[in-house]
Design a protein around this ligand. Structure first.
Ligand SMILES: O=C[C@H](O)COP(=O)(O)O
Length: 253
């Protein structure tokens, strides 16, 4: 079901004490403040169990930042969908551009991971987006189309409805440069229309599409107010409760 979501991707930040402190701040924040969106966090994998414990009584979704395309076995360093399911995780980020850039992840890998996640009842947050070069050469719509088709279009209508998509232009990640609300809206509408063409409008309208790339307290409201933008996947600004909470509050009237 389409919902408004603010998801924090902590990436490779915070030692265990700092992670615990930020989680406790978020536990307190969510106890004291009602919000008009779902709140999800993706801490480093090492802290997922701690997150499950600390948020046991809060409605905060707990996500891994990646998961394996393999089911189980001799894959050193990997975390499986089944492991995530077994600790009660909500889901996993899949295909983040940093995984693509530094670990050679492709949309075919994403497709395999998404299927495994769905089989285990996990919510995949599938990330896509173009590089600066691709945008400058006017290929952004085509790139995102290709990514979306390869990663998602082998899914059934029932399956794709359970996927959350995060459009993250690579040139806006951690750079302080944000896509304008209009640029982001253009791609979000494009993704939704691709899904509508393939699966029908009803299915497309059920899918939450998040924007990621230098979302901050001072630009969140304008970005989230676009008709096809259902929230954000937040990096740097998810690392401080003051910033993250203000972004959550961008959904308040
Ligand atoms: O996963 C989050 C995105 O990569 C955005 O990161 P950022 O908010 O630091 O630009």
């Amino acid at each position: 079901m389409r919902k408004n979501i603010v998801a924090g991707n902590w990436k490779m930040n915070k030692n265990v004490i700092e992670a615990q402190q930020l989680m406790l701040q978020l536990v307190n924040y969510t106890k004291e403040n009602a919000s008009n969106c779902e709140i999800w966090i993706a801490p480093p994998a090492l802290y997922l169990l701690m997150a499950k414990d600390l948020f046991a009584l809060n409605e905060v979704g707990i996500f891994s930042q990646d998961m394996s395309e393999y089911e189980s076995g001799a894959y050193t360093g990997e975390i499986s969908a089944e492991m995530l399911e077994s600790i009660g995780a909500t889901g996993s980020i899949i295909g983040h551009s940093e995984r693509r850039q530094f670990h050679g992840e492709t949309d075919s890998h994403c497709n395999a991971k998404i299927k495994l996640a769905l089989e285990k009842g996990l919510t995949p947050i599938y990330c896509n987006g173009e590089t600066l070069e691709q945008r400058k050469s006017g290929k952004h719509l085509e790139v995102v189309k290709n990514q979306t088709e390869v990663a998602l279009f082998t899914l059934s209508a029932d399956e794709i409805k359970k996927v959350v998509i995060a459009y993250e232009p690579v040139w806006a990640i951690g750079t302080g440069e944000t896509a304008s609300p209009e640029q982001a809206q253009e791609i979000h509408a494009h993704i939704r229309s691709l899904i509508a063409e393939k699966y029908g409008k009803e299915v497309a309208d059920e899918i939450s599409i998040l924007y990621g790339g230098s979302v901050k307290p001072d630009n969140a409201k304008e970005i989230f107010s676009q008709p096809d933008i259902d929230g954000g996947l937040i990096g740097g600004a998810a690392l401080k409760i003051e910033d993250f909470s203000k972004i959550i509050e961008a959904f308040n009237a």
